[in-house]
Design a protein around this ligand. Structure first.
Ligand code: FES
Length: 108
């Protein structure tokens, strides 16, 4: 028997509320999620930096780079990949679907 992963899409925000170049921090089911808009494309990641405890939504989105507000750690916004010291662990991204103005995130 083949096991299939269950997708659990959760509506988290309206796309119209997140302008290009901005990050929205959300608490969804006890998880801290950052939702951000890179040139019209929506991405979602953990909102806690992998280096220490800082909210990525308090940082900056410069082009397609997320920058942490605490020590300036940088991540590729579209993949979550860390871009060097002090970051040694990548940021977890969640699958995102946009339906009309609704942003749905797969939290499974
Ligand atoms: Fe993010 Fe240190 S807490 S770079």
């Amino acid at each position: 028997m083949t096991e299939t992963k269950t997708e659990r899409w959760t509506s988290v925000a309206k796309k119209s509320a997140i302008e290009p170049g901005t990050i929205l921090g959300l608490k969804i089911e006890d998880r801290d999620i950052a939702v951000y808009n890179v040139d019209g494309a929506i991405y979602a990641s953990n909102n806690i930096c992998t280096h220490a405890h800082a909210f990525m939504s308090d940082g900056w989105l410069e082009g397609d780079v997320l920058e942490c507000p605490l020590h300036g750690g940088r991540f590729e916004a579209k993949t979550g990949r860390g871009m060097g010291a002090p970051i040694i662990c990548d940021l977890k991204l969640y699958p995102v679907r946009v339906e009309g103005d609704d942003i749905l995130v797969d939290l499974s």
